[in-house]
Structure formats: C-alpha cells, structure tokens
Design a protein around this ligand. Structure first.
Ligand code: ATP
Ligand code: MG
Length: 220
C-alpha cells in the first residue's frame, strides 16, 4: 500500500520521489568520480609496475560500474526512445562491469522496438537484476552463457532471460525478487521464473503501451 502525507497529491508524491532519486543518483555519480580520481592520483605516485597495473584494473572496473549506473539512471524526461539501442548499451556496460572478468558470455538477441523512456528504464532495471543474478548464483568459477531476448509485438513485449548454470534445489526469494516483481507489476505485466539443473529461465510479459484509461488526468 502506498502511503501519502495529508494534503499531498499523487503528482506531488511522484515529484518528491523523483527528486530523492535524482539526489541519490547525483551522489553516487559524485562518489564514483571521487574514487576514480583518487586512484589516478595514487597511481601517479606509485613506481611499482604491478601495483600500477592493479590500480588501473580497479579504476577500469569502477568506470564500468559507473557506466552501468549511468545506463540505469531514471530518465529526466519521458519520451519515445529506441529500446533496442538502450538495451544494447546497458548489456555492454554490464558485460564489462560484471561478466567479462568471470568468463561469462552474454548474447543479446536484438529486435527493433520503441518504448517510453520511463518504462524502458524499468525494463532495464529488471534485466540488469536478472543478469546480475545469473552472474552471482548460476555459475561456479568456469563461466557460462546468458541469453537476453526481446520479442516485441504491437500489443505485448515479451522478454526472456536464460542461463545455462545451475541453481539450488530450494530457492529463497530475496530483495531482488521482490523488486523485479514490483517493477513487472508497474509495467502492467507478469514475471515467471523456472530454476532447474540446466539453468534458469525468466519470462517477463507486459503490454506494449500503458492503458490510458488508468492514467490520472492532470489537465483538469
Ligand atoms: N540465475 C540464477 N541461477 C541460480 N540461482 C538463482 C538465479 N537467480 C536467482 N537465483 C536464486 O534465487 C535466489 C533469490 O534471488 P534474489 O535476486 O531474490 O536474491 P539474491 O540475488 O540472493 O539477493 P539480492 O536481494 O541482492 O538480489 C538467489 O539467492 C539464488 O539462490
Ligand atoms: Mg538478486
């Protein structure tokens, strides 16, 4: 249930939430910049080549985390965007931040589709958590494959994320599961997961467009 302060409207609530999210993002960006800058300064004072290489690797990793963070930032304005290009950029960033070093390959099956930037952002958050889960839980130390596929039609968008890892016999949902379930709901869709000895499959289905009858008119 969503709680609102007395006297506030849905619009005010959403602009307050947006402001806090922007502040949060802004702070994370500043902290990434500060950490990356600090490593540069330290690397400039280090003579040992192994230490220099290690610092460069850490700096590189922080850069890729910052790129993932940037790709997953809430859009400032809602507009129609190239969702395939957005997902390509996100997957590239996630690959260098979380997959390449572990020998995990990501296959993105691309199909052209467009979405409102706000909904596309929510879709990106779900896809990112699913890829992160595969990287964290599915494979031991010998790499593996993740496949992300989008099947857009005029009425619905289907997204399937699979991996060829293994899972525990009993799955205990964590925060990530709660978040992606809520995000799927916010897209007006559903999400289903199947965990098995041959890998995990997640299927997300949601309407291609929001039903206008559910929108609150602010035009008066
Ligand atoms: N691709 C996967 N392969 C194997 N197990 C998985 C996979 N995805 C999820 N799981 C299992 O499902 C559990 C719940 O996932 P969930 O994302 O909710 O939590 P988490 O990843 O453990 O923690 P967090 O709250 O940080 O996301 C995981 O702990 C793991 O056991
Ligand atoms: Mg998780």
């Amino acid at each position: 249930m969503m709680q609102m302060m007395e006297g506030s409207s849905t619009e005010q609530y959403s602009s307050e939430a947006r402001l806090l999210l922007r502040e949060f993002s802004h702070r994370i960006n500043n902290e990434f910049t500060s950490a990356i800058g600090m490593i540069s300064v330290v690397a400039g004072h280090v003579a040992n080549s192994e230490a220099k290489a290690a610092l460069a690797a850490v700096q590189d990793r922080l850069h890729s985390y910052a790129r993932v963070h940037h790709a997953l930032q809430m859009p400032e304005h809602n507009s129609r965007i190239d969702a395939a290009a957005y997902m390509r950029q996100l997957c590239r960033a996630v690959c260098s931040a979380k997959l390449n070093a572990k020998g995990i390959e990501l296959l993105l099956v691309e199909r052209k589709f467009q979405m409102d930037s706000e909904r596309c952002w929510r879709l990106g958050l779900i896809v990112s958590e699913l890829i992160t889960n595969s990287a964290r839980h599915a494979f031991r130390d010998h790499g593996g494959h993740i496949r992300v596929e989008f099947m857009p039609s005029t009425s619905v968008i289907k997204c399937r994320v699979t991996d060829n890892g293994t899972s525990k016999p009993v799955i205990r949902p964590g925060n990530g599961t709660n978040i992606i379930t809520s995000l799927a709901k916010s897209l007006g869709g559903t999400i289903a997961q199947h965990f098995g000895p041959q890998g995990t499959t997640t299927i997300l289905v949601f309407p291609a467009a929001i039903e206008t009858k559910n929108l609150i008119s602010v035009a008066g």
